[in-house]
Design a protein around this ligand. Sequence first.
Ligand SMILES: [Zn+2]
Length: 237
Amino acid sequence: MTNNRDEIMWGSTRISYVYSYSKRKTRGLRVYPDLSVVVSTPFDTDIEKIRDFVRRRGEWIVKAQQQFDLHLPKLPPRQYISGETHRYLGRQYRLKIEQGLENSVKCLRGYLLITTKASPKATAAKALLVKWYRLHAATVFAERLRFCHAKAKRLGIPLPHVNIRLMVSRWGSFSLSGRITLNLALIKAPKECIDYVIMHELCHFKEKHHGPRFWGLMTQLMPDYKAKRDKLNYYVE
Ligand SMILES: [Zn+2]
């Protein structure tokens, strides 16, 4: 079975897809988490019929892609207790929560040591850890933005304002007012994954939708973006 590439215009949005012929009598269409659109169709289908089929589902496809865009998988809640594993920049650390003279978080060899003045409780540990993540995210994200923007500016992409916020379902988002929002949880992923999300949002300044032009920009600015994107899903916790 070979995959053929094609694209259609749905309004002003270009939708690119691959299609393959199958023995089945009915046509099928799927949108995958990497935003690709895949059509399977009976052997004798005319290309114009396939295009009609995709065009009729244009609205649904664009909505599905928006849902998947930088999507964050749902995971069980963390407990913030000693022994639990948490990540920072892609590395795993075991939590060690103890009572001490002042509130602090220290990143030691293999450990995140959380010291609380009050008796160690999960809620206090969580608050301290989130604060610590926020502090480091501000520095790391700013550094990665400078790194990514140094490449993107050659294409006339402006330096955006960045908000950092804990988001439940997305790694990042872009607003046409020139702002990007990064999920605080991204500080748990390796720097190259942070770079992927930042570059992805920077490319949205030029291309709102995820058509071939968007992925062309990504390839130009970050030739190995696919590997980084795949890694991001692996590093979520
Ligand atoms: Zn996007």
